[in-house]
Design a protein around this ligand. Structure first.
Ligand SMILES: Cc1ncc(COP(=O)(O)O)c(C=O)c1O
Ligand SMILES: [Zn+2]
Length: 442
């Protein structure tokens, strides 16, 4: 099956042929460094540590160049050499990645900062950053010849995986905690996935999905093919460097649930330096979580590596409600080793931040993005952030998917009679600044 039509190659490269992409050489345990071949495996068989894809970086350095990448299509697949796909014919592409990096001058001014950018990943095909790891996971499932895909999700992966599975023609099984935002469920159903709401927290959902993953040949994106899946998120670091003229920013702020995204972004900056696409990597990586579920931030601020799971997450930020974060420890190491930090925000602060972002920059985010903006605000107010830094905020999900969380806080639209008089009366009440009427018809 070929789903890759035009996914990544420039015209020049296409005419030169070449379907194999043999740069990923195997898997390595993050803890004991044991090596494994590229297979379906998510934990080390010796120490149960997580396993990561490893690459032949020297080979990549000589194969890749800025000019070569710049000529490729604007999707995450332009970084193909640093993605764990062997057969590029299998690529499942619905246009994920290469989202806008926007300079946020009004927001920066409001917070007393100089240079703030928004990486607007809310405009991906299914409206969250999860399209990146999902497209890699579904492609890998095709490579492994798996008959179906699945996932445990806090909402966004559900839609992303279902969309890519639809394109690949694979059945998709999605497990979510009950009580998710209605749009996320509707969207997933529209793509034709089988979505099951489980009475319990995300951690309980994840345990059930893990049991299904080990007892079937279904490719569970964030379970049995997780090492490949997380690689998609690295492209959020690659793109930011490319969009800043092949320079890394000084500081980034990343929302955290399992901590995988933050850890992957850290890996992305390191890899770009390793293969010579950027000169030096000194990016500080900071994390953001909602107060009602902030196990990683609590451990970071308490200066401990021991994460105490949150048994009953309680926040409007459902996409970040993972009480027992699988990559929490590694996210803490990434924040500490890069000189970053982190903060948690209350639901009220998150809602305020969603409005602030929408009203200053015209970007409507879901609560995960609100948590990031709230964290920047806090760090700026506390003087914890250097005002001259070049800062990038990762806006990872779209506000249209979680409208009910903010709707109540906003002023209801007024209804008027269909007459000029009625509208004029309304304007007299609202008194919009600077509006002048050329003709007084009253
Ligand atoms: C919009 C959004 N941002 C950020 C995250 C955090 O991802 P991770 O679990 O990799 O930390 C999620 C997780 O679902 C999400 O949906
Ligand atoms: Zn190991």
């Amino acid at each position: 099956m070929s789903t890759s039509e035009g996914a990544w190659l420039s015209l020049e490269e296409k005419s030169a042929g070449g379907r194999n992409n043999m740069f990923a050489i195997g898997l390595e345990c993050r803890e004991c460094k044991e090596h494994y071949p590229k297979k379906v495996l998510n934990a080390c068989q010796l120490c149960f540590g997580p396993v990561d894809v490893i690459y032949d970086y020297d080979k990549i350095s000589s194969a890749i160049s800025r000019t070569k990448i710049e000529k490729r299509k604007p999707t995450l697949w332009r970084y193909i050499e640093l993605l764990p796909i062997d057969d590029t014919d299998k690529i499942v592409d619905i246009g994920a990645g290469f989202t806008p990096l926007l300079k946020a001058d009004k927001l920066a001014k409001e917070l007393g900062l100089k240079e703030v950018y928004l990486k607007n990943d809310a405009v991906n095909p299914s409206y969250s950053f999860k399209d990146r790891p999902a497209s890699v996971a579904v492609t890998k499932a095709l490579e492994f010849g798996m008959p179906a895909v699945g996932c445990a999700s806090t909402g966004n992966l559900a839609g992303a995986l279902a969309a890519h599975a639809a394109k690949a023609g694979l059945p998709c099984f999605v497990f979510v905690p009950e009580g998710l935002e209605i749009t996320k469920i509707t969207q997933t159903l529209a793509y034709g996935a089988i979505i099951v709401a489980v009475k319990g927290t995300y951690d309980q959902v994840n345990r059930l999905a893990t049991e299904l993953a080990v007892t079937s040949n279904i490719g569970f994106a964030n379970i049995n093919i997780r090492p490949y899946y997380v690689e998609g998120s690295k492209t959020l670091a690659f793109e930011v460097c490319e969009q800043l003229g092949w320079n890394p920013p000084d500081h980034v702020i990343v929302p955290m649930a399992s901590g995988a995204l933050l850890h992957s972004i850290g890996r992305g900056f390191q890899e770009f330096e390793r293969v010579g696409l950027i000169k030096e990597n000194h990016v500080k990586i900071s994390g953001a979580q909602p107060n009602g579920c902030s196990p990683i931030i609590q451990a970071l601020l308490n200066k401990t590596d021991e994460i105490i799971p949150v048994e009953h997450p309680n926040t409007i930020c459902k996409s970040l409600a993972i009480g027992d974060p699988a990559d929490g420890y590694y996210a803490i190491q990434t924040m500490k080793n890069t000189g970053g930090t982190g903060r948690a925000s209350t639901d009220e602060e998150t809602l305020g931040a969603i409005e602030l972002l929408a009203k200053t920059e015209g970007i409507f985010t879901e609560p995960a993005g609100g948590v990031v903006v709230a964290t920047l605000k806090k760090l700026a107010e506390e003087g914890e952030i250097d005002r001259d830094e070049k800062i990038v905020l990762y806006i990872t999900g779209n506000g249209l998917k979680t409208q009910e969380t903010i709707a109540e806080k906003l002023i209801k639209p007024p209804t008027i009679e269909p007459s000029f008089e009625a509208f004029k009366k309304l304007l007299d009440e609202l008194k919009p600044a600077g509006v002048i009427w050329r003709r007084n018809s009253a």
